[in-house]
Ligand binder design. Sequence first.
Ligand code: KIV
Length: 284
Amino acid sequence: MAGREKVTVRDIVRAKKTGRKIVMVTAYDYPTARVVDSAGVDSILVGDSVGMVVHGLESTLQVTMDMMLLHVAAVARARPRALVVGDMPFMSYEASVSEAVRNAGKMLSAGADAVKLEGGALYTDVVKALTRAGIPVMGHVGLTPQKHKLLGGYRLAGKTAQEALEIIHDAEALEDAGAFAVIIEFTAHEVAKKITERLNIPTICIGSGPYCDGQVLVLHDLVGLTPQPPPFAKQYTNIAEEIRRAVEAFAEEVRSAKFPGREMYWGMKQGEYEKLEKQLKEHQ
Ligand code: KIV
């Protein structure tokens, strides 16, 4: 995936064959899409995590198609080289296959290069229909946050052999149905390793250990903008602190009349102020 050419799903699949690790990060808007793309990531996930980290929602269950389309379009306007994956929100692909195809089509029309959906074997009909429609699909197994109520919270998945088998089966079913890659979230590392060995398509992990073809993190966790990041999210910098410091400096300069400095404001053309004064007097 060298150079400035657009990353395609074929490049992502090829990365597994060549042993090159895939780097994916979330972005939800134009400026951050530009920045993460300039850092050379392979893929940008416009995740439904946007609901929690940007909109302050309690979970991803309140995220709608309209919200996702707005964020996908903003990211796409940055014209990133990275492959843009739009996350299918809760209830956008469950009710029927035809609704799933319509909604995934809207994601591509908004500028996504592919879609992601949570779930495994139970969703192969949807994955097949999307693939048939020419929509590349990334699967998502292990912890599937849209089902946190059913799962009893955000628990580490695959701790028992039975659970591990189910997750492995889910990943294999997704590959058979035509998915081009699979996200493995918060599973025991042994499960992610087994899936990575058994699948021909790449695995991209979050909180599932190092034995995967790639890694993904939520940008706001990575840069310190999430008050309570999950235990597997490494914070590489503290942007919240940077922003706070900058805004404090601005507030201090406003209050002490240091801002705006003389170089930051502009006047009228020569002679115009006098004309204005005269006209104002005449109209009094
Ligand atoms: O929505 C999201 O950001 C995700 C990642 C956690 C993989 O699904």
